[in-house]
Design a protein around this ligand. Sequence first.
Ligand SMILES: [Zn+2]
Length: 294
Amino acid sequence: MKRGKAFIKEFLAALVVLTGIARATRAWLWRDRVAVLLYHDPDPQTLDRHLSYLRKICELVPLTDVYAPANGRPRAAITLDDGHAGNAALLPIFIKHNVRPTIFLCSRIVGRARSHWWLHPGSLRAGHERLKRMTNAERLAELAANGYYQDADDRPTGLSVEQMEAMREHVDFQAHTRFHPVLTRCSDTECATEIGDSKHEIEALLSHPCEHFAYPNGNYGEREVSLVRAAGFKSARTCDIGWNDQRSDPFRLRTIIVDDTASTTRFAAQLSGVPLFLRYLKDGGSWSGKFPQF
Ligand SMILES: [Zn+2]
């Protein structure tokens, strides 16, 4: 069943590429704007293939290039969410392709013996999607009942201090809350603390300004945007599909979500935005901040 599904995905991706849809969307939609790509925990070989492909069709730029004037070419910025320990193995690939990615860190998980909540076996028993729909207090109580406490030491799943030190010359580390709750399910106090404290904690951890934010799971509303702005961030990336330029709202930056394991053909199709668009339609999803991601 799984193999059948993978084959269909591969077939549809080939269709998007071979029919010229991928090339057409590049000309009509991407144009000279910035595609902010979203990864989580890709392996070095896959990322190497993706970046080799990207360099043939666009310019690789830092995230802050969304504010820069267009230069007539499509541009792509690389972002990775959560600060997975596996990101450390990507450093040689970043150097090889001369790319400076932004990694959005959970400030109370990285650099400690802590586990991202959805990587703890107890969260699987409770059900990820079910947990994401609960209020934050309910989610934490349910996780505790399954043996997970967000502020207690556990199996480390995030980058260590040593790994971040080794990467910092080539990587821009920014904020993705403290513990990765679904912000729209948090109380006002929880939401303000998760956003504001993550900024201060990243700055203390890495001794550099933390100015960019990514909404966990892509969930945000007016409250979250105001709190991010009030905390002193300069931008925030959503999980809403699209490309960015100087006219984009800096607190609602759009993204192209990439499957960490995508073949180059599927990657090429994903860059067109078409597979994401179809998934939105299939899930009956809202266009704003409800896309299921971590
Ligand atoms: Zn995340």
